[in-house]
Design a protein around this ligand. Structure first.
Ligand code: SAH
Length: 517
């Protein structure tokens, strides 16, 4: 490959994976290689394409990095020289104490094209999430962001703490926890009042965020007593006083609470994001995984269902997985391009709910009927039977090996010829059973979420008597009535069943239930 690649320096944002910029996320999706430091969560890497190579090059905090800066530099250049799009992902903004400048200077010197995507810096974001505006017309017209790291480099040795304390209204210190007493000493020696409001925000923007508020004189002792340590942002100035009225993140209904997500890993991102937006820490423990059918007999059945499509009048999608695996099979059998426009032309397409319909439209299928109201199999059957199929009409229902037969039975009773075809398999993945039981028994999980009956079954299979009892103490949310009934049948009482089977609504109602408890 003679074409030159490029290096894109991308700011990852301060912690919450939703706080990356749109351009940053797009670059991650384009990258062939991603170099990242230890991240607060690995969810950002979900933006990467499947074939991207992910290389962890660092550790958080003051410890020795796993690779030296020289090694990182030469790796970046090497990959770019081979024509690849290389993303260098860095916490916060890459040019705020992130050594991004050094790495880009190197690219410039080597003649490698580079780009920079700024990020949301923790210096501002951690304060925002603590309810501390970095400037405020009533209190502060300037701020400075200063490193508190005892770096042997000359620049930081010369940091004029005393002068800074006098000339800037809001002082924000990154990497300052280890040297906090010394830094405070410098500021006091420069004449800053020990009564100046001061705070430290640890793990800002995350469900683990913790904030301590004090005065400059007391801050080091208070932070130590309250166990506030790196990574934390220290802020000194009158704006800290605004936090009393403006603290919002730590007041989110599910703030800091662990919530179990049992959904398949390919599908958990939306639920995890919804949970994070109300302050919860999603604990991802997928209880199901989906895979294509591998055995030849099953594959032959799929092929014949697809061959019969031109004699099929209707198709019923009972889940977004059914759409995805059907689309995949159609594509692999008919070849690319066969899927979208012409794939289902002339066939009536029914979807169990909005979500399924969206996925079907995105796959290029027409959608004629979407079940409204509670959007479940019962609702869809009711709608299907409003204009019953003509006798002998052929209906295809793609599903998994454990699909429910409610719709098929109803349509058959009405005279249709129904083919329920297994397009994908629903399996139980390997689960850290001991770890899960331990978390339940230690009371670490505040709520459990279930998004299908099989997530319930596989969860229950993991329990022993004691952890089962502990699970009964958690808040339990079920995405819809079918899942709720499954929970009841194995002895659990769901606290939340949303009015619509939608993960965002489920999380909203879970948050409301917690608020009310
Ligand atoms: N480029 C980064 C800063 C890197 S220096 C940025 O723009 O945010 C690392 C320091 O950033 C940490 O020692 C800590 O002071 C601060 N930091 C990073 N993430 C943080 C977070 N989520 N909460 C509080 N401080 C954080």
């Amino acid at each position: 490959m003679s074409r030159l690649g490029r290096v894109v320096l991308v700011g990852a944002g301060p912690g919450d994976p939703d706080l990356i910029t749109l351009r940053g996320a797009k670059m991650l999706a384009k990258a062939d290689v991603i170099f990242y430091d230890e991240l607060a969560t690995n969810e950002l890497l979900d933006h990467a394409k499947d074939r991207a190579v992910l290389i962890n090059v660092g550790k958080r905090g003051h410890d020795e990095p796993t690779r030296t800066q020289d090694e990182i530099n030469s790796l970046l250049l090497e990959h770019a020289r081979q024509g690849r799009t290389v993303v260098r992902l860095k916490g916060g903004d890459p040019l705020v104490f992130g050594r991004g400048g050094e790495e880009m200077s190197l690219c410039a010197a080597a003649g490698i094209p580079f780009e920079i995507v700024p990020g949301v810096t923790s210096a501002v974001a951690a304060l925002a999430y603590a309810g501390i505006p970095v400037t405020d017309r009533r209190h502060s017209a300037s701020f400075a962001v200063v490193t508190g790291h005892k770096d042997p480099s000359r620049v930081s040795e010369q940091t004029r703490w005393r002068a800074l304390g006098q000339s800037v209204d809001t002082l924000v210190i990154l990497m300052g926890m280890r040297n906090l007493p010394r830094l405070v000493g410098e500021l006091l020696a420069g004449g800053k009042s020990p009564e100046t409001p001061a705070a430290a925000v640890m793990n800002g923007t995350l469900p683990e965020q913790r904030t301590c508020v004090s005065t400059l004189g007391e801050l080091a002792a208070v932070a130590e007593r309250e166990g506030i340590s790196a990574p934390a942002v220290v802020v000194v100035g009158d704006v800290v006083g605004l936090r009393d009225g403006l603290s919002w993140w730590e007041r989110q209904p599910l703030f800091g609470r662990n919530v179990l997500v049992t959904r398949a890993s390919q599908q958990s991102a939306e639920l995890a994001a919804a949970l994070r937006s109300v302050g919860a820490a999603p604990v991802l423990e997928p209880m199901i995984e989906f895979s294509e059918i591998e055995d030849p007999v099953g594959q032959a059945k799929i092929a014949s269902a697809i061959a019969m499509l031109d004699q099929t009048q209707s198709i019923v999608f009972t889940s977004s997985n059914a759409v995805r695996f059907f689309a995949r099979a159609l594509e692999s059998i008919r070849g690319e391009g066969g899927v979208s426009a012409s794939g289902l032309a002339g066939i009536h397409t029914f979807c169990v709910g909005e979500r399924t319909a969206q996925v079907a439209l995105a796959a290029g299928f027409p959608v004629h009927v979407v079940a409204t109201g509670r959007s479940d199999a019962e609702a869809l059957l009711g709608q299907l039977l409003q204009s019953p199929p003509a006798g002998g009409e052929r209906v295809l229902i793609p599903g998994s090996q454990i699909a429910r037969t409610l719709i098929a039975d109803g349509l058959r009773a009405a005279g249709a010829q129904v083919d329920c075809v297994t397009f994908y398999e629903n399996r139980r993945p390997d689960i850290d059973v001991a770890g899960l039981r331990g978390r339940l028994m230690r009371g670490e999980l505040h709520a459990l979420t279930f998004t299908s009956p099989s997530t319930v079954d596989h969860f229950v299979e993991c329990l022993d008597d004691e952890s089962r009892e502990a699970a009964g103490q958690c808040m339990i949310a079920a995405i819809g009535r079918t899942t709720a009934r499954q929970l009841e049948s194995v002895g659990f009482r769901p606290d939340v069943v949303p009015s619509r089977p939608d993960v965002s609504v489920m999380v909203e109602e879970l948050a409301a239930a917690v608020k009310g408890d």
